[in-house]
Design a protein around this ligand. Structure first.
Ligand code: THU
Length: 128
């Protein structure tokens, strides 16, 4: 899988972020074991707790389309390099990680892609 394309899509969808309160735009694009890609951006609410993160928005689209195994997700914010998923999103990604694991792709200060493993970002994630 071309992680550069995944990151390009994450950048593109971050432009649609609805984040008038935090002014922190985020875009995410994931790829499933079937090679399908799904994008999502964060969208906030005047009732702040209702905010949905970009990652969970992308996961929701994948699930609604019948997908269950996520191989990788790229995350981008124009506001911050190394935009890692929040704790809640790490747990949601854990639910749908592919058997071989899930790569989390971020961009560093030099605009280089960095690949982290979800199991490193969420050691001992909760499973039933
Ligand atoms: N946000 C995400 O979209 N993903 C994350 O992993 C962290 C935070 C959003 C939520 C909120 O709209 C804004 O970033 C500031 O927290």
């Amino acid at each position: 899988m071309d992680y550069k394309e995944l990151m390009d899509r994450a950048k593109e969808v971050s432009k649609n972020s609805y984040s008038p309160y935090s002014k922190f735009a985020v875009g995410a694009c994931l790829v499933t074991s079937n090679g399908k890609m799904y994008s999502g951006c964060n969208f906030e609410n005047s009732s702040f707790g209702m905010t949905i993160c970009a990652e969970r928005n992308a996961v929701g689209s994948a699930i609604a389309d019948g997908e269950r195994e996520i191989k990788a997700i790229a995350i981008y914010s124009p506001n911050q390099k190394h935009c890692y998923p929040c704790g809640a999103c790490r747990q949601v990604l854990n639910e749908f990680k592919a058997p071989e694991g899930l790569d989390v792709i971020t961009e560093d200060e030099n605009d280089e892609l960095k690949i982290s493993k979800l199991c490193e970002l969420l050691p001992e994630g909760f499973n039933l």
